[in-house]
Design a binder for this molecule. Sequence first.
Ligand SMILES: Cc1cc2nc3c(=O)[nH]c(=O)nc-3n(C[C@H](O)[C@H](O)[C@H](O)COP(=O)(O)OP(=O)(O)OC[C@H]3O[C@@H](n4cnc5c(N)ncnc54)[C@H](O)[C@@H]3O)c2cc1C
Length: 510
Amino acid sequence: MRGLAGAMNNEKDVDVVVIGSGMGGATFAAGLAPSGARIVILERGERLIDSPETRDPRAIFQRGFFRPRETWYDAAGAPFNPGNYYYVGGNTKLYGAVLIRYRAQDFRPVQYAEGATPGWPFDYEELEPWYGRAEALYQARGRLGDDPTEPRHSTPYAFPPVPDEPAIAAVRERLKRVGLHPFSLPLGVDIDKWLVRGKTPWDAYPNTDSGKMDAETCALKAALAHENVTLLTAARAARLETDGAGKKIVGVLYEKNGETFRLRPRAVALAAGAVNSALLLLASANGAMPDGLANRSGQVGRHFMNHNSSAALAVDPFAINDSIYQKTIGLNDFYLDDGRGGPPLGNVQLLGKISGAILKSQLRRAPERMLDILARRAVDFYFMSEDLPSPESRVRLDGSRVVLDWRPSNMAAQNGLIARMREMLKAAGFPIVLVKPFDRRTPSHQCGTIRMGSDPARAAVDPHCRAFDHPNLCVVDAGVLPTSASVNPALTVAALALRAAEHIRAEIST
Ligand SMILES: Cc1cc2nc3c(=O)[nH]c(=O)nc-3n(C[C@H](O)[C@H](O)[C@H](O)COP(=O)(O)OP(=O)(O)OC[C@H]3O[C@@H](n4cnc5c(N)ncnc54)[C@H](O)[C@@H]3O)c2cc1C
C-alpha cells in the first residue's frame, strides 16, 4: 500500500461523498443529484458483469460463485462466509425485488409474546410520500386492495403485478379456500425482460440489467445521468476523519488499486450496509471520538437485527409445480395477530422457485435428480418474523476481524408462524411441510446497527438520518432502521434515503 503522504494529487475537494452504491447510497445519490452538488460515490465492488454463471443455479448456490471471499466470526470465534454482496448496487443485485412498505403498525410499539418493539420517532404518514417516490424510482409492480394490512397509499402502483404462473394461480386459489388472503407481492421485476435472458427465478440470482429493478439499474443510473455525479468502483472507504474537536467530518480516506486517496467533502452519506457502515464508524475512532464516530451514545454496532426466517417446502405429491419464478404471492394473515387474537407472528411470501440444484447446496449427499423430483412437487415459502432490537446483539471489530454476535430474539413468533402455516398448508392440501431456518450466513436483512431516534443518548442518528455527533454526516442504509418489522427492508431503506437527500439538499446545493 503506498501512503498518502506527499501525494497532493491524491486529494480532492467535493461536496458530498456517498459511501456505498447499494439501496441506500444509490437512492440517496439519485435524490440529491438534481441539486448540482459535486457527488462522488465510493463503491468497494465492481460492476457485476454478465456471464453464464448469472443464471446457473449450481454456480450460484452450490459453488457460491458470487459470494464474497470474506470471513466473519460469530461470538464464539467460529468463522463463516456471509452472503453479503459487494458489487455496484450492493445486495440488491441478488435481492428478491420485493418492494413492500412497512405496515403502519410497525412504526408504533408492537407487543410480541417475548417482548416489544420501541416504535419509530415518527409515524407511517411521515414516510408515506417517500414510499411513493421510491416505488416510482424502482418501478414497483403491485395491486392495492388484496392485503388487509396494506397501509394507505397516496399514489397507486404504476404497473400491474407480476402475473402468477398457472401452477401458482392454483396455489393462490388453494390458499383462499382455507380462508387466507393471498396478495400479489409488490415487485420490481419486468418479467418479460427477465425471462428473455434465461428461464430462471430472480430471487438470489444476480441481475445484469435483465429486468430486475435494483439499485444500480434504477437509482444509480438516474444519478449518473447528472454530470455532477461520479462513481468510483473498487474504491473502499477505509476511514473517516474529523476536525480536531471531533465535530465535523473533514476527510474520507479510500483505497483503490493499492493506493490511498483522500476526499475532502462538505458532507458525507454513509451507506456501506448495516454491518460495514457500523464497522467503518468504529474503525474511524480518534482522540476526540475514542469510541468511534457518531458513537457518543455507544449505540453504533448494537441492535443488530436480521429477520428470523425459514424456508419451507410445502409438498403435494400429486401436483407438479412447473413454475419458473414462482415468487408472486404474499400472506399477511398472521402479521397483526396470530389469527386467534394472540400476538403477531409475521409475513409469509413465496420464494423464487427452488430446484434440485438449489436443494443440493444444503443436502450435499443427496442425488440432485432425487432432489429435483421433490422440488417439482413442492411450493416454496419464506416465513419471516421480526427480530427485536437488543443492545447485546451486535457487530464489532476484533483487530481486523469482523465479529457478528447476532442474538436472534422473538423466536416464539417465528415458531408460531411455522406452526400456523403448517396447519394452513396441510388444510390446503400439502401434507408434507419441510422447514429449514436461515442462519447467520444469510445476513440478507441486516439492519439496526446505527439506529435512528429522537434521543441522542439512545440513538446514533436523528429522525432525518443525520448523526447527532456530526452535523455533516448522515447514514442512509439499513443501519438506521430502529425496528426490522416483518417485511423486507429495501423499500423502506430507499424511502428514508430519498427523504434524507431532500433534507440536506438545501445546505449543500451549489
Ligand atoms: C439474496 C438476497 C435477497 C434479498 N431480497 C430482498 C427483497 O426481496 N426485498 C427487500 O426489501 N430486501 C431484500 N434483500 C435485502 C436488501 O438487498 C437490503 O436490505 C438492501 O440492499 C440494504 O441496502 P443498504 O444500502 O443498507 O446495503 P447494500 O444495498 O448492501 O449496499 C451497501 C453497499 O456498500 C458497499 N460497501 C461496503 N463497504 C464499503 C466500503 N468500505 N467502501 C465503499 N463501499 C462499501 C457494498 O459493496 C454495497 O454496494 C435481499 C438481500 C439478499 C442478499
